[in-house]
Each structure stands twice: as C-alpha cells, then as structure tokens.
Design a protein around this ligand. Structure first.
Ligand code: NAP
Ligand code: MG
Length: 485
C-alpha cells in the first residue's frame, strides 16, 4: 500500500520564551541553586534547550522552610473560597497560555504536539478548574465536618506527563490548604519552571508553591526532610519502594503511583475496528510512556489472526518523526537511557522466543526513536509479558474463555489499569469485578477526567489521585492531628 506524503506542518516555536537558564523557584522568587547546574535537551533533536539548577540538601531545606512559612502565615489563614480564587486564576492562565505550554512540553519531552495540545494541556486546565471548585466545599468531601490540611507536601513527578502530573499533584494539595515543594524529573523540568512563572503571574502568595529542579538525589533529600507532612510520588516501583522504606515509622502520609502492565482484553464479539483504535491509543499514545498503558493485548483465540492483521495495517499508517509537526503520531523516546531500557527488553523478548514485528518507519538520525513494535507468540513467563517496557511495544497473548482472560490479566505484580472490549454489558461488569486493577475501561482506553479517581493495586502503588478521593490524600479529619516525622 502506498500513501500520499504529507507536507511538513510544523508548529512555530516563536510563541515560547525560553530563558537561557533558570534558578530554583523558592519563596515566590527564582534563586540560584547553591550547587551545580545541568542542561535539559530536546529528545527529538538532542539540542540544548536551557540550563537549570540542581538543588542540593541546603536548597531543599530552604524550599521546605519557605513552604512551611507560607503554610503557617498565609495559606492556612485563607478561607477556602479565597484559595479557590487563586486556583481558578491559575486555571485560566493555563488556558490562555496553553499553546505556549504545549509547545514547550513537546520540545522538552519529545511527545507529539497533537497530544500536548489536545490531551495534556486541556487536562491540566481541567484539573485546576475541578479542584478550584472543591476549595470551599471541603466539609462535603466525606472526611468529617472540618477536614484539616496536612501542611507541607513534598511532590515528585516523572517525565512522561510533566505538566499534567504537576497538575495532578499541585491542584488538590492547594485546594485542600497545603503548601508544596515539587521536583520535576531531571529530563523534563521546563514546563514546571514555566508554571512557576504562572504562579507569579497569578499573584499566588510567596512560598505556597516551590519548584526545585534536580535528579534523584534531590528527590531523595526532599522525602528525607524532617519538615514535610506528606509525600506524593509518581514514578518507578523501585524508587516508590525506597520512598516507602524511608518514611516507615514516621507519620508522614504517602501516596505512591507506580508502574503498570495493563491488560487490554478483546473478545470475539467486540467491534473490531474500534478495538484496533483502542489498542493503538492504549500502547502507542505518548510512545507507550504511560504507566496505565495497555501493554499486554489479550485477544480471544478465534479472532487473533484477524486482529493482528488489522492492527499491523493500522500501525503502518502511524507517522513517526518531528514531534512539533501537527501530523506526527509517534514522537521521540524521552531519553537515551529510556531508549536503552526499551531496546534491552525488546532484545530479551526476541531471545526468549517471542516473534517481533516492527512497523517499517524511517527513524530520524538525531534524537531517540523506537518503531511501533508488536510481539506475538508471547508466553506469560516472558519478560515482555511481565516487565513494564514503558515504550511503544505491545505483547500479544490469546485466551479462549473469560476465566482464562481474567487469570492471565491478573498474572502480574502490578494492578493499575485494564481494558475490556465486548458488546455485552453483562460481560463487561463481570470482568470488571474480577480484574485486579485500579482503573478499568470498557470499549475505550486511556481516558482521563479530574472527577475520576486513579491509582493502583499491589506494586502499582497506593492512594488515589483525582476526584473526591484525591482530596483525602491531602486532608486529615479534624480530630486527627496532621502528622510529620
Ligand atoms: P523514577 O526514577 O522513578 O523517576 C520518577 C521521579 O523520581 C523523577 O523525578 C526522579 O528524578 C525521582 N527520583 C529518582 N530517584 C529518586 C529517589 N531515590 N528518591 C526520590 N525521588 C527520586 O523513574 P524513571 O527512571 O524516570 O523511569 C524508570 C521507569 O519508571 C520507567 O521505565 C517506567 O517503568 C517507570 N515510570 C513510571 C511512571 C508512572 O507514571 N508510573 C512514570 C515514569 C517512569 P530523576 O528524573 O532525576 O530521575
Ligand atoms: Mg528534556
């Protein structure tokens, strides 16, 4: 099959004002880090974007103190409706600046502009609007008549949805009356620093939001700081485990949103073409850098060949390349390290005997890229069936009966998401009751809404973000004193 070539349709970057360097955002001001600086690069071109500060333990201490002062002197003294006004203002500024933020995210992260513009940014604004609405209604959240803020929240976010994960963390924390110190991922600090500018623009009181850039050591110093009351972490299971260990025996509350190996289950009565679109968005959205990705396809045996054929045909139409081009479906892998991790697991899949198929697309010479890849003949014991690849790689297995589908879907140490494709509502509900996953989609996949709680079972972590449940992570009932070390 041949396709018409599309003319390039690159989004202009002229609207984004990226400074040559950024300090740490502490107490409402940008200040120099006391230690080193490091660069963030574009994963699609390997070009230098900007230089940011690396916060050391002394900087972490300053940020936590600034958050504490802001909590004691200003934020905890404001009424819920006053806090809500700031959050509404931030939400509106995000909408006004959404084109600029979408471009900045695409440059720093490598994901297509189509996604940052149509998914990430609308959701970021929606999260702030949603929690702004809660700020003056906390007594109706089901947590007692006078729920209390916990204090200073330490928040650590990953690189796959940099600004969206920031919104998931900061919006509920502020609505509930906490102040925050947030560390973005080392490879994607840019939009968090632009968000710091938005806090200034919104006139948010100094120290309510503090943004400190750095690598894992900065994150470790933040969660070890004696002045925090709460940790909210999204990232890998090993780091989540080390955070849980470092908090053991303290009263610091924690929510951990970790990895996943979601099963996307297709029954033979499903609308197959719709299911193909759901399989594609389940694992190839954001290059598969999605903790709730549908990375294991479980397809009923009698339709396996048909589904595979249609899926491969669809995958050959995906356009991989410049993420700033509005026609691009698959952007760059976020970092060289992540590309190496994906390649190593794909090599392991081949070595263990699974059959690899990759879409034939030309990879750009610069940057970090991986073709959409599908493994068939996968055994449940293979590493590609067990481990989170966090890349555009799908592992396909078959089942004959619903019980077999459930057994295979639940055969994982994770439990974050699952998908069910069937025309039968009774089967959907019966399956959903038996699948051990925090989020289950039926006849769709990777859909998010701020009113809907999100979180995992087992090694996918604990606690819920989003909805009324997401507030509980930042509030104590009035008879429970807020904890700490
Ligand atoms: P990660 O190391 O867990 O990173 C997540 C965040 O934690 C980053 O801000 C990271 O900083 C920070 N961090 C690292 N070590 C820390 C420590 N000891 N204490 C406190 N914070 C620490 O994840 P990654 O290396 O970026 O990705 C590795 C794997 O994690 C992926 O392949 C994927 O399987 C999984 N992952 C899951 C999610 C998710 O949404 N659940 C997101 C990203 C990755 P640095 O950026 O400087 O490392
Ligand atoms: Mg970067």
């Amino acid at each position: 099959m041949t396709f018409l070539d599309y003319a390039p349709a690159p989004e202009s970057t002229s609207i984004v004002d990226i400074k040559p360097s950024y300090g740490l955002f502490i107490g409402g001001k940008f200040v120099d880090a006391s230690g080193d600086t490091f660069a963030t690069i574009s994963p699609s071109t390997e070009e230098h974007i900007t230089t940011v500060g690396e916060a050391n333990a002394a900087d972490v201490d300053k940020a936590v103190q600034a958050a504490r002062v802001a909590f004691d002197k200003t934020w905890s003294k404001l009424s819920g409706s006053e806090r809500g006004k700031y959050l509404f203002r931030i939400a509106r500024i995000i909408q006004e600046r959404s084109r600029e933020l979408a471009i900045a995210e695409t440059i720093d992260n490598g994901k297509p502009i189509r996604e940052t513009r149509d998914v990430d940014l609308p959701l970021v604004a929606a999260w702030f609007f949603y929690y702004a609405g809660w700020a003056d209604k906390l007594e109706y959240a089901g947590l007692g008549p006078k729920p209390q803020a916990l204090g200073v929240a330490a928040q650590i976010v990953p690189w796959n949805f940099p600004l969206l994960m920031l919104a998931w963390k900061i919006a509920p924390a502020l609505a509930a009356g906490n102040t925050v110190v947030l560390k973005p991922a080392e490879t994607t600090p840019l939009t968090a620093l632009l968000f710091a500018e938005i806090c200034q623009q919104a006139g948010l009181p100094d120290g309510v939001v503090n943004i400190i850039t750095g690598a894992g050591a900065t994150g470790a110093a933040l969660v070890a700081h004696p002045g925090i009351n709460k940790v909210a972490f999204t990232g890998s299971t090993p780091v989540g485990r080390s955070i849980a260990a470092s908090l053991a025996g303290t009263d610091v509350r924690a929510t951990l949103e970790l990895g996943g190996k979601g099963a996307n289950i297709v029954f033979d009565d499903a609308a197959i073409d719709q299911a193909i679109e759901g399989i594609v968005s389940g694992i190839f959205f954001n290059q598969g850098h999605v903790c709730c990705a549908g990375s294991r396809l479980l397809v009923q045996e009698n339709i396996h060949d048909d589904v595979l054929h249609r899926l491969q045909r669809r995958l050959t139409t995906l356009r991989l390349g410049d993420p700033l081009d509005k026609n691009t479906d698959i952007g760059a892998v976020n970092s060289k390290a992540q590309l190496e991790r994906i390649s190593a697991l794909v090599d392991a899949g081949e070595a263990e005997g699974a059959t690899r198929w990759s879409s034939e697309c030309v990879l750009p010479e610069k940057g970090f890229w991986f073709q959409p890849t599908v493994f068939t003949n996968v055994h449940t014991s293979h590493r590609v069936a067990q481990e989170e690849i966090f890349g555009p790689v799908l592992s396909v297995m078959t089942f004959r009966t619903p019980d077999e589908a459930i057994a295979k879907a639940n055969n994982t140490p994770y439990g974050l998401s699952a998908g069910i494709w069937t025309e039968k509502a009774s089967r959907m509900l019966a399956m959903a009751n038996s699948l051990r996953a925090g989020v289950i989609w039926a006849n769709t996949f990777n859909k998010f809404d701020p009113s809907s709680p999100f979180g995992g079972y087992q090694e996918s972590g604990y606690g819920r973000e989003g909805g009324r449940h997401g507030l509980a992570a930042y509030l104590a009932a009035d008879d429970q004193k807020a904890g700490g070390r």
